[in-house]
Design a protein. Structure first.
Length: 87
């Protein structure tokens, strides 16, 4: 299995879901530093919020973890793309 690593130029966007909320963090793995984070109940809003914090045109590496790319994870990714993040 290949490990996903983020840099300051292209951070890793990590997704976590609980029963009520969806969380996302932009992580620079080289410095072990969280650049930005967002959470909420609506994945579309969380996607837009993290895109605003990182800035338009920012390239990222999407790390969905153990979650399949559908439903809430797909909605979050689509909202982040529409708000200007580059995957």
């Amino acid at each position: 299995m290949k490990k996903i690593r983020g840099t300051s130029e292209r951070p890793r966007l990590r997704v976590y879901r609980s029963l009520k909320f969806i969380y996302v963090q932009a992580i620079d793995d080289q410095k072990s530093h969280t650049i930005a984070s967002a959470f909420g109940q609506d994945p579309g809003t969380v996607g837009r919020e993290i895109a605003e914090k990182l800035g338009p045109g920012k390239a990222i590496i999407f790390d969905r973890g153990r979650y399949k790319y559908h439903g809430q994870v797909k909605t979050l990714a689509s909202a982040a793309r529409k708000s200007g993040l580059i995957f």
